[in-house]
Design a binder for this molecule. Sequence first.
Ligand SMILES: [Zn+2]
Length: 209
Amino acid sequence: MGFSSRWELVLAGVLLWGGVATAQDKSSGVTVLVNDSAGVKPSVLRRAEREAARLFDAAGIEIQWVNCAETEECRRILGPNEFVLHIVPAGHTASDFVFGEAFLGEDGRGQYSDVFFERLKQEQGDVNLALLLGAVSAHELGHLLLGSNSHSRIGIMEPRWQEDSVQKIGKGMLLFTQEQGELMRKRIQREEDLSVRVRAASKLTRVDY
Ligand SMILES: [Zn+2]
């Protein structure tokens, strides 16, 4: 099986999304709520999370994982810089080449992404499944943090992973570019600043009454 024509990762679906932000006390980094509907082995999921965290850490971003199967913490409205990674058995899109999708609104903002686990398993070849799941998760979360048109010619945001990129995933070497790291960090900071201003404004309103 040749990877070169089989490995594609595209932003398959863009759905309209109405974001609702709540005030949260977060100083840096992002929180990712992981909802596994595909029955991923815990050891694979943990390693995938570690790998995705490592890829983001290399871009200067800290990820805090919340595994929804283990906590009630997921039953709430998402705050700023909080995202959902839903691991599902298969995607709704027709193409076999799609391994995940991120849901962005017209303004390029979004907090929800899906990863299609059965397709990964079918196409993994000799690449470690956990590393692959971690890389696909990082790619989809990258869409949420980078906004529209966030594919790049090189690195983890390549729209199609050719064989050499897949080999790099196996070595943990397919990374975000420096520019992508800067863009994501700025966006996280902007959301944080906005959240602080919203909190301050709501306090003032209460004082006025
Ligand atoms: Zn993509």
